[in-house]
Design a protein around this ligand. Structure first.
Ligand code: GLN
Length: 194
């Protein structure tokens, strides 16, 4: 897989980037951690992990990483944000509003499952990708409250959109890197050859 290609970048400022690396190892896909904007030159796509979006934003401000990711996406390179990563990619962020890249036309509400459900494992459906239920791990997860017309909902859990796509941008409110299920990562990797 990935013959002669650049590795997949994993944004490694903060959060659970190591678990994405483990998943890519598991499916024999070369990866490279991206800590600085210039490192985007050397990667074919970018995974933005879960963690704390506010912490990552502080770093974005220092490094101009946000502008670099926007340029990267504008070239058509695939970008996949999970949880905090999805928050950073959204066009609109609620609870409270904060800076964002605006690369996918969704409104997303942070920490929307409330304190009582800090984290949970639920079953969701991604009918175009998987012919069985997908185990989804939610950790202080956001909820997608609005989906723009050009956004495709690829996955739902309990009626809510949890995996969405707009062109080269993919966003999940759950953590596919925290289960054994490779389906979502494999789907993202297919976008590299689109
Ligand atoms: N609550 C976090 C945030 O707002 C996201 C949590 C996560 O990525 N698991 O950034």
């Amino acid at each position: 897989m990935n013959n002669g290609r650049k590795p997949v970048g994993i944004l490694a400022i903060q959060g659970d980037f190591a678990m994405h690396a483990k998943m890519l190892d598991h499916i024999a896909t070369p990866w490279k951690l991206v800590k600085h904007a210039a490192e985007l030159e050397g990667v074919s796509g970018l995974i933005m992990p879960g963690g704390e979006s506010t912490t990552m934003l502080k770093f974005f401000a220092n490094e101009d990483m946000g502008a670099a990711i926007k340029d990267f996406a504008a070239k058509g390179k695939p970008v996949f944000g999970t949880c905090a990563g999805a928050i950073l990619l959204a066009k609109e962020v609620l609870n409270p509003p904060q800076e964002k890249l605006g690369l996918i036309d969704i409104a997303i509400e942070r920490n929307a499952y409330g304190r009582q459900v800090d984290s949970s494992v639920r079953l969701g459906e991604c009918p175009e990708i998987a012919d069985r239920s997908v185990e989804m791990v939610f950790i202080r997860a956001p909820i997608i409250r609005r989906v723009g017309e050009s956004v495709r909902v690829l996955g739902r859990c309990e009626g809510l959109p949890v995996l969405v796509e707009q062109g080269n941008i993919l966003a999940a409110t759950f953590h596919p890197e925290l289960t054994e299920d490779e389906t979502i990562h494999r789907y993202f990797l297919r976008k590299l050859s689109d």
